[in-house]
Structures are given as C-alpha cells and as structure tokens.
Write a protein that binds this ligand. Structure first.
Ligand code: HEC
Length: 124
C-alpha cells in the first residue's frame, strides 16, 4: 500500500511539473491545424459542405498526397454544381502535411464506421 501511495505521489508530482512547464497540452499536428483552420469550413468527412467530402477526396487521392498538394496549390474546375475552389498557396511542406492529414482522417473514420472489423480484432 505504501508503495502504491508513493507511486501515486510521483505521478502527481510529474503531472504538476508538466502543468507548470506547459507540457500538458498535446501539440496539435501541423496537418490537422491547417485542415481545421483552412479547409474544414468547406470539407468534412461524411458531409458535403461547400466542397466534396474528405472521404471522396481520399478515394481519388489514395496513396497520392502529392495530388492533393498540386490541386490545392492550383485547383481546377471539376464538379458540376460546385463553386470553384480558391487556391491555397501555403507552400509544399504545409500542403503535404494537410494532404496526409486528410488521407489519415478518412481512413480513421472508415475504421470507426465498421466496428465489426475492430471487434473481431479485439477478440482474444
Ligand atoms: C471556400 C471553400 C473551400 C475551401 C476553404 C477549401 N476547398 Fe477544397 N474544394 C472546394 C470546392 C468547391 C471543391 C470542388 C471544386 C470542383 O470540383 O470544381 C473542392 C475540391 C477539393 C479537392 C478535390 C480535387 C479533385 O481532384 O477532385 C481537394 C483535394 C481539395 N478541395 C483540397 C482542399 C484543401 C487541402 C483545402 C485546405 C488547404 C481546401 N480544399 C479548402 C472548396 C474549398
């Protein structure tokens, strides 16, 4: 019991130290930050906003984040019934980060939408 209490004490001390040094906040990945501040107003995973869904984009550009970069830097006019997308000249590094984030986002949501697959994996 004493050991447990001592370990608990260390955990609290560590948490206080992280708090004091500002390390409790998990840094938000660059791609997510850009997506949420710049793309999220028009693109969502399962819902058409101003632009096509992230799921559709991830299907078109599966394994090809560079394609998303090229489009975003200089978008074309592709879909009937959609306005043209404005260009975002954010630089290759930023665009690649957001492109990878979009591909990741779509695959995460695909997993979540198929809990059966996950339950099968978790079975002992
Ligand atoms: C103001 C709204 C708006 C914002 C903000 C926006 N988009 Fe779009 N996006 C659109 C629209 C509208 C289309 C569809 C254009 C078309 O098909 O002609 C589109 C289409 C796309 C496509 C599909 C291209 C294809 O080949 O089908 C990609 C990829 C994309 N956007 C990426 C991004 C990224 C990355 C960002 C953030 C940096 C972003 N968009 C921000 C409106 C937006």
């Amino acid at each position: 019991m004493r050991t447990v209490t001592r370990e608990y004490g260390w955990a609290v001390a560590a948490a206080q130290w992280r708090e004091a040094t500002g390390q409790t906040r998990t840094p938000i990945p660059l791609g997510q930050k850009i997506f949420e501040s710049t793309c999220g107003a028009c693109h969502a995973v399962g819902r058409v906003l101003v632009g096509p869904t992230v799921t559709e984009i991830a299907t078109i550009y599966a394994g090809n984040p560079g394609g998303i970069v090229a489009w975003t830097d200089a978008p074309g006019k592709k879909r009937e019934g959609f306005p043209p997308m404005p260009a975002f000249k954010l630089g290759r590094e930023n665009l690649l980060a957001v492109a990878n984030y979009m591909l990741e986002l779509a695959s995460d949501k695909a997993e979540a939408a198929d809990p059966g697959a996950k339950a099968a994996v978790e079975e002992p």
